[in-house]
Design a protein around this ligand. Structure first.
Ligand code: SF4
Ligand code: SF4
Length: 88
């Protein structure tokens, strides 16, 4: 349950201050989202704020974290802290 930034990012910096979790930072080539911090804005906003403001629409869901969450089970919780939000 996280979003990702693709290489279409133009490094405009608009999304950074909008993130309630400070999950977005400048990467080597373009901006990146820390999947451990991104909650897709759940609990803060109805829509992901970075997606709302991005002028080039380059922030899709991260397929790796979507698959990861679906495979989470209580027995693997200690090994996968990201599971907690799914299990609550
Ligand atoms: S979806 Fe929300 S929490 Fe995730 S990076 Fe974008 S603004 Fe931050
Ligand atoms: S708003 Fe979009 S284009 Fe601008 S830095 Fe963020 S991800 Fe990149």
């Amino acid at each position: 349950m996280a979003l990702m930034i693709t290489d279409e990012c133009i490094s405009c910096d608009v999304c950074v201050p909008e993130c309630p979790n400070e999950a977005i930072s400048e990467g080597d080539e373009y901006y990146v989202i820390d999947s451990d911090l991104c909650t897709e804005c759940v609990g803060h906003h109805d829509e992901p704020q970075c997606v709302e403001v991005c002028p080039v629409d380059c922030i899709p869901k991260d397929p790796d974290t979507q698959r990861h969450r679906k495979s989470c089970r209580p027995s693997s919780r200690s090994l996968a802290p990201n599971c907690e939000q799914t299990l609550q």
